[in-house]
Ligand binder design. Structure first.
Ligand SMILES: Cc1cc2nc3c(=O)[nH]c(=O)nc-3n(C[C@H](O)[C@H](O)[C@H](O)COP(=O)(O)OP(=O)(O)OC[C@H]3O[C@@H](n4cnc5c(N)ncnc54)[C@H](O)[C@@H]3O)c2cc1C
Length: 406
């Protein structure tokens, strides 16, 4: 009898590989470092090409995971060490302290009484407290406590209100030894550090946000039926600029195209046009790379009066000293002019870089994992190169097929 197949990373590609394998009768172990499955997609407002909510793709997979006893998953867990070879890997994982256990019924009383505010890039979600539910689509649907900021026994308010005895503030991390027949690495992507592009003023300018932050902002507004407001003063923005290739295709930062950012900005602009009338969006691009079904989104954007597409690379972003928002300096290629124009908010379409965890896996010249370097370990989807959800799902299915072969 073979050992189970281990999947590291529980985003859409890791989940896809897990259900495909389990539904052919293979035992699967899924290890995810966050307290929830779904990866980046779980925090989205909507996703192209159909602009449907992330629940469309994730919920069905969560149901398949729930109903399949061959899948075991560990959240808040990371791989510490891998040894052995194809067919008989030994893997040590550490599972973070679970301050809320499986008795949680998601009633939310812990968040209501929690006195500690929680900030950070993933602080979207109904409440930004140390006790929180991670995103609107949390799976497993359990509250979690950020152990780094929780005051634990010094506070204990959540313990007092929990009717299910689900809170255990003295929980400690545990190490677990696993055996694995094959390993699929689906650790995905993160954004290139926006503060490294100094001329775009991300550090210190609250109204300059990354495209992922903007996605989370739209998701929060949609979920909480809120107006879209700009971070600096809570006013409704009238003009929002999208700066393409922020970091990508730039020899000083990332030499490659990040593949999904043009489609993401067009998606954001269409969402603004549909849900926030009165806000103008202008996308500044070198060239717009939307292919396949996403080209239809571009056609739609071209016909929308609330969206302007301008060919030109943004050189600089500055706060206007007379209070007129943010000034963008851009070369308008088609008009043959240098433009200085003011906007209320700027969204940086950031380049993508891979999440890496295993130094032993070979990377290519751009730092992404290369396929097939160690026998029995298969990197998959967006840790190999930037790709959209549809391509990630296809790649994950292909990896599942490879992993099930002896
Ligand atoms: C702003 C923006 C908008 C986008 N919009 C769309 C869209 O509308 N449509 C579309 O098709 N694509 C979109 N994309 C691309 C989409 O996000 C990716 O295709 C998708 O996230 C790829 O899924 P994945 O599972 O490979 O990676 P991820 O979603 O990154 O998931 C990887 C998972 O691995 C986990 N992980 C990482 N390291 C470890 C570790 N060491 N141990 C354990 N777990 C780990 C992470 O926590 C995460 O859960 C967008 C991208 C951006 C930047």
């Amino acid at each position: 009898m073979d050992f189970p197949i281990l999947i590291v990373g529980g985003g859409i590609s890791g989940i896809t590989a897990a259900v495909e394998l389990a539904e052919t009768g293979r035992e699967v172990l899924l290890v995810e470092k966050e307290p929830y499955l779904g990866g980046n997609v779980a925090g989205f407002n909507n996703y192209f090409p159909k602009l449907c909510p992330p629940a469309c793709g994730l919920e069905i997979n969560f149901r398949r995971i729930r109903s399949n006893p061959l899948i075991s998953y560990y959240t808040s867990a990371e791989v510490q060490e891998i040894s052995g070879t194809k067919g008989e890997f030994r893997v040590t994982i550490s599972v973070g302290a679970r301050l809320i256990n499986n008795r949680c019924t998601s009633c939310g009383k812990c968040t209501e009484v929690c006195p500690v505010d929680r900030e950070g890039p993933d602080s979207y979600g109904p409440a930004k407290k140390a006790a929180y539910i991670p995103g609107g689509l949390a799976f497993p649907m359990k509250y979690t406590i950020d152990a780094e900021i929780c005051q634990k026994e010094a506070c204990g308010k959540c313990v007092e209100v929990c009717d299910y005895n689900a809170i255990q503030l003295d929980a400690r991390p545990v190490e677990i030894e696993l055996r694995a027949h094959r390993i699929i690495v689906a650790t995905g992507w993160r954004l290139y550090d926006a503060s490294r592009i100094e001329n775009y003023r991300y550090a210190g300018e609250p109204d300059v946000v990354t495209n992922l932050e903007f996605e989370h902002l739209l998701a929060t507004c949609e979920r909480e039926h809120k107006k879209l407001t700009r971070p600096s003063d809570g006013e409704t923005p009238k003009r929002i600029a999208f700066v393409q290739c922020a970091g990508s295709r730039d020899v000083n930062h990332l030499p490659y195209c990040s593949a999904v950012c043009c489609s993401a900005s067009v998606k954001h602009a269409l969402t603004l046009a549909e849900s926030y009338p009165g806000i103008m969006a202008e996308i500044f691009y070198i060239d717009l790379r939307l292919t396949g079904r996403n080209e239809k989104l571009l056609n739609k954007a071209e016909q929308d009066d609330a969206i302007k597409l301008t060919k030109g690379k943004v050189g600089r972003i500055e706060r206007d000293k007379n209070g007129n928002g943010l000034i963008l300096e851009v070369e308008d290629i088609m008009a043959g002019t240098r433009r200085m124009d003011s906007f209320d908010m700027v969204v940086l379409a950031m380049g993508l870089v891979p999440n890496r965890f295993l130094p032993a896996i070979t990377t290519n010249e751009n730092g992404f994992y290369s396929a097939g370097q160690i026998q029995g370990i298969y990197p998959v989807a967006s840790c190999k190169r930037p790709m959209d959800v549809a391509s990630s799902v296809k790649d994950a299915t292909a990896a599942a097929l490879k992993a099930m072969h002896r």
